[in-house]
Design a protein around this ligand. Structure first.
Ligand code: TRP
Ligand code: SF4
Length: 334
């Protein structure tokens, strides 16, 4: 078993296992996590209880999703020797901390979280009027505070959850005993990767590039991608700054290619098909090592189970310690 690094700041962040990952997850989260794992002691978990807050009606695929997600993480370069990679529900201390924190969290704080009303209104195919869904951010606070995280690498949409975590932690510290440090959201400057239609990339919008897509399929998808709507015909000039294809160039292309696109799209010297071809080629090149290691891991599911077990044990070690402190603080120990 690997020792924890005690002199490093800590990170905690999770991902809900709701199916096959797409490129948005890789660019928006996994690449950042990989880049941070040397500098920080990282705790990353598959947030399966969080998945249950909305996907409670059908749990038949959850186990496959857990395994697939861990395979994606490892293939992207998360290293189980450095980061603690585990499954949230395998460390039941998260549920106990969630329960205790729920007692000191005013309902008003939860009702004010922007994602709460937004999702209730936007998600039409599920009833999100359940108690667990309202408590989603409290469970997230437990995930973060359990590891006394200093930083939480997340996307912009999660910032209110981290803020709420700070408030809940502060409330605990004031009511009982100074226990939790204040975690900060860690937003890195990676440009956002939109979906094929320019909206946020999401499987449910059917605008994603999935990690299971072949290079041919990726090219087909990019070829059909939305461009600057002003460029209807080949000789119409365009503006890369409003084109979703250019957002992909920002992430995947060389400075030189970006300059060519910036210059020659505006004069209609290049066509969109050329432009898309360049970005598709560099995207596929960037993704190839991940897809290759994915293939290797898929044939080693037993090893994946072992990696998860080891991660669960290491996370539990820290969680047990924290919960002892928490129980003492609230006078619920022995
Ligand atoms: N809510 C996060 C998301 O939807 C997932 C998550 C659960 C999380 N627990 C967390 C993220 C703790 C950071 C820290 O992306
Ligand atoms: Fe977009 Fe490229 Fe077409 Fe310009 S040339 S509109 S950047 S796809």
């Amino acid at each position: 078993m690997v020792q924890f690094s005690t002199n490093k700041l800590r990170i905690s962040s999770g991902m809900r296992p709701t199916g096959q990952l797409h490129l948005g997850h890789v660019v928006g989260a996994l690449k950042k996590w990989v880049a941070l794992q040397d500098q920080y002691q990282s705790f990353h978990f598959i947030a399966d209880w969080h998945a249950l807050t909305s996907d409670y009606a059908d749990t038949s695929k959850i186990n496959d999703y857990r395994i697939e997600m861990m395979i994606d993480w490892l293939s992207a370069g998360l290293d189980p020797q450095k980061s603690v990679l585990f499954v949230q529900s395998a460390v039941p201390e998260h549920a106990e901390l969630h329960l205790i924190l729920s007692m000191i969290t005013p309902l008003g704080w939860l009702e004010r979280v922007p994602t709460y009303k937004e999702q209730q209104q936007n998600v039409a195919d599920k009833d999100l009027g359940n108690y667990g869904f309202l408590g989603y951010p409290v469970l997230q606070a437990a995930d973060i505070l359990m590891y006394k995280a200093n930083a939480v690498p997340v996307g912009e949409d999660q910032v209110p959850h981290v803020e709420l975590t700070r408030e809940i932690g502060r409330r605990f510290n004031t009511l009982y005993k100074e226990t939790f440090p204040e975690p900060q959201a860690l937003l890195t400057q990676v440009p956002r990767l939109p979906g094929l239609d320019g909206r946020k990339m999401s499987k449910s919008y059917n605008n994603d590039i999935s990690l299971s897509d072949s290079p041919e399929k990726i090219w087909k998808k990019i070829k059909g991608m939305m461009t600057d709507p002003a460029r209807k015909r080949r000789h119409d000039p365009g503006n890369p700054d409003v084109c979703p294809v250019y957002s992909y160039h920002k992430i995947y292309s060389s400075e030189e290619t970006k300059q060519v696109v910036q210059r020659d799209c505006r004069t209609a010297k290049i066509g969109c098909i050329d432009c898309k071809n360049w970005v598709s080629t560099s995207l596929v090149k960037d993704l190839t090592p991940l897809l290759d290691s994915r293939k290797k891991y898929v044939s080693r599911k037993g090893d994946i189970q072992d990696i998860i077990k080891d991660g669960n044990n290491r996370a539990a070690e820290v969680a047990k310690e924290t919960m002892q402190e928490v129980r003492q603080a609230v006078k619920f120990s022995g």
